[in-house]
Ligand binder design. Structure first.
Ligand SMILES: *Cc1c(COP(=O)(O)O)cnc(C)c1O
Length: 377
C-alpha cells in the first residue's frame, strides 16, 4: 500500500487517523441493502453501547448519516413530549447550538446560561427544575469543545432524574476518549460522531441511550422526518438497517477504528490522550500563554489559549506556517475573547506535540512574536 502523508490535526475534530483506518474504506463496491452489509451494523451498534459500558438490553445505539450536530437535533426534537419544556444547561457554544435547535423547532425551552469559563451552578439548575415542573428534558454538553471545560454531568443527570426529566448529554468530544459509564453518570442519552474520539471519518453519528425511553417517544410529536430517533430506531429493530442510505465506506472505517479502540484499551487510550494534553499545556506554559479554563476544570482534551497582546501576533500567519509543515491549529469559539485551540484528539502521541512546538516556535519567531509571549496586564 502506498503511504499517505501524515498530518497532525490539533483542531477539535476531525482528528488524525491511522493508515489502517484510512485504508479500511477501500473496499469492493457493495450495496448497503445486501445481507453482508446489514450483518456489520448489528455488531457496530452493540460496540457503540459497550464503549460507554452500557448493558445492551437496556441501552441501544441509533445511527445517523451526518455530522455530530444531527445527534443534538434528533435527540432534542424527538425526546420532548407535547406541551413540555426543555432545560438547556448552557455554558458554551455547543449547548448554545442546542438552544438554537429548540428555537428552530419552536419548542418550549429554558436557556439557563452560565459564563463560558465556569462550571454550571448546580443550585441554579435545581432551582430551575423546581420552578418549572413541566421540564421533561435536560440537556448539556460534557466537554464544551469551544473552551475545553468539563461539565459535572453525573450531578446534572441526578437532578434531572430527581425532577422526573430525561437527561441528554452531548458527549461528542469525550466519547471513546475520556471514559464514560452511561448508567453511573445518570445519562439517558449520549452521542458522538465517528470523526472525533474514535478517530475515523465524518459521516456517521450516533446516539446511545435508553431503549425504553425511545419506545415511549413513539407517542411524542414527530417534528422531523429525517431526524426522528424513534423512526430510525424502529427501522433498525425491524430490518437491521438504516432507514436511508448509510455512509457505506465510513462504516467500514469505523469498524476498523473500533477494533483499534478495543486493542489499545479504554485506560491506555485515555492515558495517551492525557499525555498529549499535558504536553500541550506544558508547551503553552513554557511560551507564557494564558488559558481560558482553570486547570482543575479542564476536560483534558481541549486547550484554549488567549492571543497575546503582541502587535506581531497573527493567528492566520502562524496557522499557515504550521499548516504547511503538517500541523493544524484552530481558532477559538468564544465571542468575548480572542483565543485559539490545541486539542488532544486523534491518533497522536506526545512526540507529535514536541514536534509541533518546535514548528510553532519557529512560526512565532518568523512572525517576530516576542517569546515568552506578552500580555498587557
Ligand atoms: C464536534 C462537536 C459537535 C458536532 O459538530 P459538527 O459541526 O456537526 O461536526 C457537537 N458537539 C460537540 C460538543 C462537538 O465537539
Amino acid at each position: 500500500m502506498e503511504s499517505i502523508k501524515r498530518n497532525v490535526l490539533l483542531n477539535p475534530g476531525p482528528s488524525t487517523t491511522t493508515d489502517t483506518v484510512k485504508f479500511a474504506q477501500v473496499i469492493p463496491d457493495i450495496c448497503p441493502r445486501e445481507r453482508e452489509f446489514g450483518g456489520l451494523m448489528k455488531g457496530l451498534r452493540e460496540d457503540l453501547v459497550k464503549i460507554v459500558h452500557g448493558d445492551t438490553e437496556k441501552y441501544t445505539s441509533v445511527l445517523f448519516c451526518g455530522s455530530g450536530t444531527i445527534n443534538i437535533d434528533a435527540a432534542i426534537n424527538s425526546l420532548l413530549p407535547k406541551d413540555r419544556k426543555a432545560l438547556i444547561v448552557n455554558n458554551g457554544a455547543y449547548s448554545a447550538r442546542a438552544v438554537e435547535i429548540c428555537q428552530y423547532y419552536g419548542l418550549d425551552y429554558i436557556d439557563l446560561q452560565f459564563p463560558v469559563d465556569r462550571q454550571p451552578d448546580l443550585n441554579k439548575v435545581e432551582e430551575a427544575l423546581k420552578d418549572n415542573p413541566d421540564v421533561a428534558l435536560v440537556h448539556t454538553t460534557h466537554n464544551e469543545t469551544g473552551t475545553g471545560i468539563l461539565n459535572p454531568i453525573g450531578e446534572i443527570g441526578d437532578l434531572a432524574h430527581k425532577y422526573g426529566a430525561v437527561f441528554t448529554v452531548d458527549t461528542t468530544s469525550t466519547y471513546a476518549m475520556r471514559p464514560i459509564d452511561i448508567e453511573k453518570e445518570n445519562i439517558d442519552f449520549c452521542m458522538a460522531s465517528a470523526q472525533k474520539g474514535l478517530a475515523a471519518f465524518t459521516g456517521l453519528s450516533f446516539i446511545v441511550g435508553n431503549r425504553e425511553i425511545i419506545e415511549r417517544s413513539a407517542a411524542y410529536p414527530r417534528r422531523s422526518y429525517y431526524c426522528n430517533l424513534f423512526m430510525q430506531y424502529d427501522f433498525f429493530e425491524r430490518t437491521g438497517e438504516m432507514h436511508f442510505t448509510p455512509p457505506v465506506q465510513t462504516i467500514y472505517a469505523v469498524i476498523q477504528a473500533i477494533k483499534e479502540y478495543w486493542s489499545e484499551g479504554e485506560e491506555a487510550k485515555w492515558a495517551r490522550h492525557t499525555r498529549v494534553f499535558n504536553a500541550i499545556n506544558e508547551g503553552l506554559e513554557e511560551l507564557g500563554f494564558r488559558q481560558v479554563i482553570r486547570p482543575e476544570w479542564r476536560a483534558g482534551l481541549v486547550s484554549s489559549a488567549l492571543y497575546p497582546d503582541d502587535p506581531n501576533w497573527s493567528f492566520e500567519n502562524i496557522h499557515d506556517y504550521c499548516y504547511e509543515r503538517g500541523f493544524t491549529i484552530y481558532p477559538g469559539k468564544i465571542s468575548a475573547a480572542n483565543t485559539f485551540r490545541l486539542c488532544a484528539l486523534g491518533a497522536i502521541d506526545e512526540n507529535d506535540i514536541r514536534d509541533f512546538f518546535a514548528v510553532f516556535r519557529e512560526a512565532l519567531a518568523s512572525c517576530k512574536v516576542q517569546m515568552p509571549v506578552i500580555y498587557k496586564d
